[in-house]
Design a binder for this molecule. Structure first.
Ligand code: SAH
Length: 302
């Protein structure tokens, strides 16, 4: 290898192997990584690991850099795309590896969707509606499941639904395989929410003002009332583990609140009691003895 190329590898890999990169990391670091990684990092098998460690696990910059290394292909990793149908054992193995190892090369969004998928499969559901489906990442996974025969996704944002339709290549699918996509708000009763075995509400409740949550609970648990509901939301306690994140800040500019585990459980317990469900709690992502996991999940069954 030419000395010049070797030095570019070493430039990137020193901070990757040295966990303590103390100086302030600014946006120009993304350019540096892309420049020095050009020609080798795009196709490196440990690309995600190297990028995460280079930024010392700073979520935003890691995502920016990965999105650019992947030519803007965000969302679910290619390894997941390649999978025909995910096996419960395969998902369980991924989840427990991730809980033990913070540098595990799946992004949190993927882990979360796999956790939801695995609960849906364990619940034996055949039809699912994804409430606040965003760009359709969960729908994409569900479409690969042979046992799931009816799928719907809804979101209040039309542009998110357009991106979902594009990602799922709706215009090229036969009628029987096509998920139903429609615009709606979770705060208003809608009969199109009815008739599914399960509903998923993944990273949505924290986008609503807390005062709107009783309406959401009435619409989903009282009105649509599927036999299974899965809700995920950030665990605010875990935020202390994100370097560069100031105390009291939220992970996303549009979040109206982020709850600790006691707050989420108090809300979910009350909703379950009121609408006749039982609820079980699961942690998703790297496990911290004191602060729990980055994502908390409630699995409601009627
Ligand atoms: N579930 C997706 C997207 C989460 S982002 C995923 O996990 O990838 C939150 C989504 O909730 C956004 O797409 C936003 O448009 C949607 N949302 C916010 N308020 C909503 C409401 N009142 N009704 C329906 N969707 C809403």
């Amino acid at each position: 290898m030419r000395l010049r190329d070797l030095l570019r590898h070493i430039y990137v890999l020193i901070p990757v192997f040295d966990f303590r990169k103390h100086y302030w990391i600014g946006d120009e670091e993304v350019e540096k990584l892309l420049n020095h990684g050009e020609g080798w990092l795009e196709n490196h098998p440990a690309k995600v690991l190297i990028t995460r460690r280079y930024f010392n696990k700073l979520g935003r910059l890691t995502r920016l850099a990965l999105d650019r290394l992947d030519n803007g292909e965000g969302g679910v990793e290619t390894t997941m795309d390649a999978a025909e149908e995910t096996t419960p054992d395969g998902i369980a193995a991924i989840m427990s590896a991730a809980a033990e190892n913070e540098t595990f090369p799946f992004r949190l969004n993927t882990l979360r969707l796999l956790a939801v998928l695995s609960e849906l499969k364990a619940g034996g559901v055949h039809s699912v509606i994804d409430l606040g489906c965003g760009e359709g990442n969960l729908l994409q996974l569900l479409m690969k499941e042979k046992t799931v025969t009816a799928i719907a996704g809804t979101d209040v944002s039309l542009s998110a639904l357009e991106r979902a339709a594009e990602k799922l290549k709706l215009d090229r699918l036969g009628e029987e395989k096509k998920p139903t996509l429609f615009q709606s708000s979770l705060c208003y009763r809608d009969k199109r929410f009815k008739g599914y075995d399960a509903a998923a509400i993944v990273e949505v409740i924290e986008h609503l003002d807390e005062g709107r949550l009783p309406a959401l609970a009435q619409v989903v648990f009282g009105g649509a009332a599927p036999r299974m509901v899965i809700v995920t939301t950030p665990n605010a306690e875990y935020n202390a583990n994100y370097p560069g994140m100031e105390a009291g800040r939220f992970r996303h500019a549009d979040h109206r609140f982020e709850w600790n585990r006691a707050q989420f459980r108090a809300w979910a317990d009350a909703v379950a009691a009121r609408y006749g469900y039982t609820v079980r709690y699961e942690d998703v992502g790297a496990w911290d003895e004191e602060k729990g996991s980055p994502t908390q999940m409630g699995v409601f069954t009627k």
